[in-house]
Design a protein around this ligand. Structure first.
Ligand code: DWN
Length: 396
């Protein structure tokens, strides 16, 4: 049974950065209900309303994984680890984005799957065999007939974006070699609760995984977890290592039972934990609005840093608009000179000079705080302050 526990109101599509100021053009931006539920049997956390894939993942998807050094370094480290630990002959990535990870593998050893054609074009151009398609069983069959054995399937921040999870894992189980390994990386729901990072929810993130829910879902497809790594990326992620149950050569590591116990101890099987989280979200909203209004009363100049999908959830849930935030800065080419979805705040091309005469910066990309603080040490040295809502609204 699915029980709704969190309501984040009406929200625009998170990655649909508007070309023009909607209030000026009087054209209405489409808004969708964003609420979150918990399945009492599988422990899976998911959105109540689903948006068709094609509306979100098409030929204009703006997000590029290679925009942060943190992610580039994390992918480089992981590819070294995969090569050493599993020595793959054929590596397949589902949701290869702009190739931030795949570029660490030789062209003849790696295959990309990417439904957004603007991104698929990049890996194709860089010589990788790229299927510009959505991940499903018919694609898995096509790949099997072309390449036969796939010994590593990897997917970061993608499987949680696909509505039909049964088809996702059925297709993986079909394609993955008997002795092969599936590696899945996604934000951890436990970390999301601990950090009250409710902005992990937006229409693209249909699911937020925990080890408990992943274990339950993959079990239906004769797959099992054999290792779990905790990662600092994207506000705290888990990397799940999965194998076919019939493969007894790979031993199950203690990290699996440790993570499951951690989640059980925290209460991820109990509805009361979810209700408590929803209360913390309401409190976070109230306190963040207070910080912004208090600063605006004092005529402080505030901008945003990192025009993230996550920031869209925060701005629309807390009703923070261009009266509060003058503009956002971002380095992603396809976001520049556009407007934050739903809130008409302009996104400018990042330039250090844009931080001059600014009193406060709202950290849209709080998950890259370390990287951003390092880059902006002069802003901090000159007395500039940051605003964040994670793990609770505060000025840093
Ligand atoms: O799952 C998803 C995650 C992985 O990425 C997608 N559905 C959408 C996207 O979500 P997001 O937009 O919340 O992701 P990020 O990775 O937190 O976005 C960071 C943004 O900040 C990018 O637009 C790049 C920008 N940035 C910047 O302008 N200067 C980032 C850094 C580190 C910087 O120095």
């Amino acid at each position: 049974m699915n029980i709704k526990f969190l309501d984040l109101g009406l929200q625009p599509l998170a990655n649909s950065y508007q070309k023009s100021h909607k209030k000026k053009t009087k054209k209405k931006e489409k808004l969708y209900k964003l609420s979150v539920s918990f399945n009492t049997k599988t422990k899976l956390v998911s959105l109540v309303n689903r948006i068709p894939d094609k509306k979100m993942f098409n030929n204009t998807y703006p997000y590029k994984s290679s925009m942060s050094k943190t992610m580039i370094d994390s992918f480089k480290e992981l590819s070294k680890k995969i090569k050493k630990r599993f020595k793959p002959n054929k590596f397949l990535e589902i949701g290869s984005n702009d190739g931030a990870l795949i570029k660490n593998f030789a062209n003849n050893k790696a295959i990309c799957v990417e439904p957004c054609s603007n991104l698929a074009k990049i890996t194709k151009k860089n010589g990788y065999f790229t299927y510009n398609e959505y991940w499903n069983l018919s694609l898995a069959k096509k790949i099997k007939s072309a390449f036969d054995k796939i010994d590593i399937i990897y997917s970061a921040n993608t499987l949680t974006h696909i509505n039909d999870l049964d088809e996702v894992f059925r297709s993986i189980s079909y394609l993955l070699d008997k002795n092969g390994v599936l590696i899945v990386e996604d934000p951890s729901f436990l970390e999301c609760i601990k950090k009250v990072s409710y902005d992990q929810f937006y229409n693209e993130h249909i699911y937020l995984f925990s080890a408990l829910s992943v274990k339950n879902i993959i079990n239906r497809f004769n797959l099992e977890l054999f290792d779990i790594e905790k990662l600092p990326t994207h506000g705290g992620s888990l990397r799940y290592y999965i194998k076919h149950k019939v493969n007894k050569k790979i031993k199950i590591k203690k990290s699996v039972s440790h993570q499951l116990s951690r989640e059980i101890r925290f209460g991820l099987r109990n509805y009361a934990t979810y209700k408590k989280f929803a209360l913390s979200v309401t409190k976070s909203k109230k306190n963040l609005i207070k910080i912004f209004t208090d600063l605006k009363i004092k005529n402080k100049k505030i901008i945003g840093y990192g025009a993230t999908a996550k920031a869209t959830t925060v701005l629309n849930y807390c009703n923070i608009d261009s009266q509060m935030i003058d503009y956002f800065v971002d380095i992603t080419p396809d976001k520049i000179n556009r407007y934050m979805p739903g809130k008409n705040i302009k996104i400018l091309k990042y330039n250090r000079k844009l931080l001059d005469y600014i009193d406060y910066i709202y950290l849209g990309a709080w998950n890259f705080k370390k990287e951003i603080f390092k880059k902006e040490k002069n802003f901090i040295k000159n007395g500039g302050k940051f605003i964040t809502h994670v793990p609770y609204p505060k000025i840093i």
